[in-house]
Design a protein around this ligand. Structure first.
Ligand code: BGC
Length: 464
């Protein structure tokens, strides 16, 4: 099959395709992101025995996937622009599937680490390619909802990985099938993307106007003429401008600052100390047996999924900014409460920890979780969207790596109470950042958002 055929034929044969269908297919990339990051928590207990891991090699086994993700996030922008969103996602599906198989047959730690880096590259790249793909396929009024299918898929992937780990642990089958299971969504993503279209915006940006028009006509719920006119207008403006460096020029500089800031704050509020280390936090809070700690962890996983389902209906109605401000405030309260719970020495510490973590995960799931990935895919102009969102994704994975690698050491050095206090402080900085810089983007077309940055700059110049 030629690349032209891959771009469109399979899709063109169909009459009409629902935008929900293509969003769900692409979101399988998010499911793999969640599954492949969450799976390590339960698998670690078995890997420890198979490869005789000590504390340091355990930390490496957990965090090496993030190194791969950092590399994947960096490379994603170029590949996504050169090959297109669809072919990039097909390629990532192959990486996920082959990576899952190879990880499962790892004969030693070195081989395992190499496989986790490969899978990490897939995760890091998918993290930015999926939201870009969905946002470029969506009508403005549904964009928040549809892009957030990705965040929902991430949370479902994490929850499924907890349960799959538990099932294979009970069946005494060890770690290999835990990793191999990821091949199933990998194949589904591949098949689904084969029958999904390339985005009209990427097609138009490469001059395939007829293909772009056909896709627009075949997606239910889009206004083809209006979309095409918007895309044409914004591409005309873009042609007069410079390359990726333009992201550092006045105007788009603000968009980049917002994307990167949200990326870093999303991690500095400590989300993955909970996602990756929840059983350890619960054990510190008095859930003595491993099974009760894992059970409490799965409750957190379920709350994460349910809250994300709720927010899907709110993003385009209540707005991104409002949710960001409400959720971040609630996270600060929960983190401060967690710090107090650990310093209080209360006999109810276990129950109180579970309660505050539930509030915390709810607050994250209605704000920073979905809003960061959504905004990273909608605040940049078409020509710079892949590059911009890949820089944001890179910053997110780098910050994730930093927080995940330092969490246990911070607890050892300063204790749980001060450590969560520190994340609460980061939450306050995040709130000030969002309040001062993040605009409301809901209900606007991608082209209107693009226009906003230049108006914003003009306004600032006039005020100076
Ligand atoms: C974050 C991940 C996190 C997940 C939890 C995502 O938005 O980027 O780091 O593990 O949410 O639901």
């Amino acid at each position: 099959m030629s690349s032209k055929e891959l771009r469109s034929t399979a899709f063109m044969q169909q009459r009409q395709v629902s935008v929900y269908f293509v969003a769900i297919v692409a979101a399988i990339g998010g499911l793999l992101f969640g599954y492949d990051t969450g799976v390590i928590s339960g698998a670690l207990l078995f890997l420890k025995v198979s490869f005789a891991l000590n504390d340091t090699t355990q930390e490496i086994a957990v965090s090496v996937v993030l190194v791969g993700a950092i590399i994947g996030a960096l490379g994603a922008g170029r590949v996504n622009d050169a090959l297109g969103r669809k072919i990039t996602l097909l390629f990532l599906a192959v990486i996920f599937t082959v990576g899952a198989g190879l990880t499962a047959i790892s004969p030693n730690l070195l081989f395992f680490i190499a496989c986790r880096i490969i899978v990490g590259v897939g995760i890091g790249a998918a993290a930015s390619v999926v939201p870009v793909y969905i946002s470029e396929m969506s009508p403005p009024r549904l964009r928040g909802t549809l892009v957030t299918f990705n965040q929902l898929a991430i949370t479902v992937g994490i929850a499924i990985s907890y349960w799959v780990d538990l099932a294979f642990a009970h069946a005494d089958m060890g770690w290999p099938p835990m990793f191999a299971t990821a091949a199933i969504p990998g194949v589904l993503l591949f098949v689904g993307m084969l029958v999904s279209p390339e985005t009209p915006r990427w097609l138009a940006s490469k001059g395939y106007w007829n293909d772009a028009k056909e896709v627009l006509e075949q997606i239910k719920g889009l206004d083809p003429e209006k979309e095409l006119a918007d895309i044409r207008g914004s591409l005309l403006i873009e042609q007069r401008r410079g390359g990726v460096r333009e992201l550092l020029q006045p105007g788009l500089r603000t968009a980049l600052m917002i994307g990167v800031g949200l990326a870093i704050f999303q991690q500095l509020v400590g989300i993955n100390t909970v996602i990756y280390y929840a059983p350890i936090i619960f054990q510190k809070a008095g859930f003595v047996s491993a099974s009760s700690a894992i059970l409490a962890t799965s409750v957190v996983g379920i709350v994460n999924v349910l809250s994300t389902i709720v927010v899907i209906f709110l993003l385009d109605k209540v707005g991104r900014r409002t949710l960001l401000l409400i959720g971040t405030t609630l996270m600060i309260v929960a983190l401060a409460a967690l710090g107090l719970v650990f310093s209080s020495g209360s006999s109810q510490i276990g129950g109180l920890t579970l309660m505050t973590l539930i509030v915390y995960i709810f607050a994250f799931a209605i704000s920073m979780g979905p809003v960061f990935w959504l905004m990273s895919a909608e605040i940049f102009p078409t020509r710079l969207r892949a590059a911009g969102s890949s820089i944001c994704s890179f910053s997110n994975w780098a910050a994730n790596f930093l927080v995940s690698l330092t969490f246990l050491s911070l607890i050892r050095l300063f204790g749980s109470s001060l450590t969560f206090g520190l994340y609460a402080l980061m939450g306050i900085l995040a709130l000030v950042f969002c309040w001062m810089l993040v605009p409301e983007t809901s209900g606007r077309t991608l082209e209107q958002i693009e226009h906003y940055w230049s108006i914003n700059e003009e306004h600032k110049r006039k005020m100076a």
